[in-house]
Structure formats: C-alpha cells, structure tokens
Design a protein. Structure first.
Length: 269
C-alpha cells in the first residue's frame, strides 16, 4: 500500500473499490505469511465494526475462512475473545478446550485442531481486528510460527483499520439508502391515496397508518403492497371493483368515497 490515501476524491475511486483493494492486500499478506509458516491449515484476518458483526477480510485458504464462519455463527471462540479482550490467545487443542465449546469440536471436525489469535491494534491501541493462524495437528504451532503471526498483526494494522472504516462507512450508507427508499415508498403510497380520495397529505397518511395498525403490518409493507396492486379500469369497475370498492386501495382505505383527479365523484359519494 502506498502512502497516498486511496480514499482521496481526486482519484475518483469509490469506497467499495478501495475496500476491494484493501481486502486484496490483506489476502496477499495472509498468503505470504502462510508460505513462511509452512505446514499450517491457513491464515486469516478478521475485522469488526463497532456494534457490527465480525468479517474475514483476508484468508490464505478456504478452510481458514470456513472455520472463521463457524466461529462467527456460534458466537464463541478464541478469535472473538481476542477481538473483545485484546489478548493473544493460543489454543493447542480446540476439541478438548471447554472454553470454546461447541466451536472447538466443530473446528476439529473440519480438520483444525490448533489456533493462534493475535489482536491487531491501531495507533490508539484500539483493537481493530485479529490475525488467526490455524494448524491441523494438536499443538501444531511452534514459537517461531507464533512469532510470524504476531509480525503479521503489526504489518497489517493499517490495512485492517482502513477496512474497518470502509465497512463502517458502507453500512452507514446502506442504512441511509434504506431509509430513503422507505420514505419514498410511503410518500408514493400517500400520493396515490390522495389522488384516489381527493384528500390532503395528512389525511392520506393517517389512512395508511390506520391500515398498518389494522393489518398488523409495518407501514412500509402496507405502502409497498398498495403500490404493487394492479391499476383499476378508468370507470372504477372490474372483477374486484364491481361493488364500488377500488381494488387498488386497502379495504379500510377504500371504504371512504373518493374520486380521481379531474373526474366527477365516484359512486356512493
């Protein structure tokens, strides 16, 4: 990685593209360390956003990534312990160590019996990730191999910190986009009701909210369902509209008399 920040706007590179580059760097670092270590089951690097889920951002083998996923799914294991406590954790026999049950037994079943988890610290001594070294044999990592694991944790600190920041930014953007989509769906449904009933925005929203309560559905779901319904014929009739009820509206909303803009009042007004 160069000293020039890849997040510089002058590069015209998105955060997702930068994250891909960072993950490539971390994967390469894990692979190079694996080659130095010799006969091990794999090397993997984990990061986690504050309040978020752990994420493997680089691994030298598919087995290392799979063992990581097992630990994340169970929620107990030496990697997660190192991530929370900031302490190096060496487990010579995963299957027999009661602290990590049932993860240890499942990892051993996959062929991993030994693990080393080394916290990755940023410039403020905050834990931003964990370097893991896995071995297939019981007590399968000697002191020299463990030292290489510690060296990798120092080497990738900047990359893991950047990956964590980018993941956090991506999640925040996803949340904002989801909120915008939700607002847009509700606004469109409110506008549809206003057009059908000839009412104002507050009354239309209140009808939508009451339908949400009556149907015991989220407001967004009610709005999305309303927008997904097929349009009715211009005369307001049809297979579902023969009784004067517009099938494009929820039943409780459609009970109110309405008119389309520019038309005379509908039947029942």
């Amino acid at each position: 990685m160069t000293s020039t920040s890849p997040t510089d706007r002058s590069w015209g590179v998105s955060s997702s593209e930068v994250l891909t580059l960072v993950e490539g760097y971390l994967e390469d670092a894990a692979t190079r360390t694996h080659e130095r270590l010799g006969d091990v089951a794999g090397v993997a690097i984990t990061t986690a956003v504050a309040g978020g889920d752990p994420l493997t951002v680089g691994s030298s083998t598919a087995l290392a990534a799979e063992v990581d996923q097992v630990q994340y799914a169970i929620g107990v294991g030496p990697c997660l312990h190192a991530l929370r406590e900031g302490r190096e954790t060496y487990v010579p026999d995963l299957a027999r160590d009661p602290r990590w049950s049932p993860y240890g037994v499942e990892a051993a079943g996959l062929g991993v019996h030994t693990s080393l988890s080394v916290p990755v610290l940023d410039g403020r001594a905050q834990v931003v990730g964990v370097v893991k070294v896995y071995a297939g044999a019981v007590d399968g990592l000697d002191e020299e191999q463990r030292r290489h694991g510690r060296e990798l944790a120092l080497e990738v600190a900047g990359g893991v910190g950047l990956a964590s920041t980018l993941v956090s930014t991506s999640l925040e953007l996803d949340d904002r986009i989801e909120a915008m989509d939700t607002r847009r769906t509700i606004d469109l449904a409110t506008g549809l009701i206003m057009g059908r009933l000839g009412c104002g925005p507050e009354a239309a929203f209140d009808l939508l909210r009451r339908e949400s309560q009556n149907a015991n559905l989220k407001l967004t779901d009610v709005a999305a369902n309303l927008l997904a319904r097929p349009a009715v014929p211009a005369d307001g009739h049809g297979a579902d509209g023969a009784d004067g009820v517009d099938p494009e509206l929820p039943r409780s909303v459609a009970q109110a008399p309405f008119r389309r803009r520019g038309e005379a009042p509908a039947r029942g007004r």
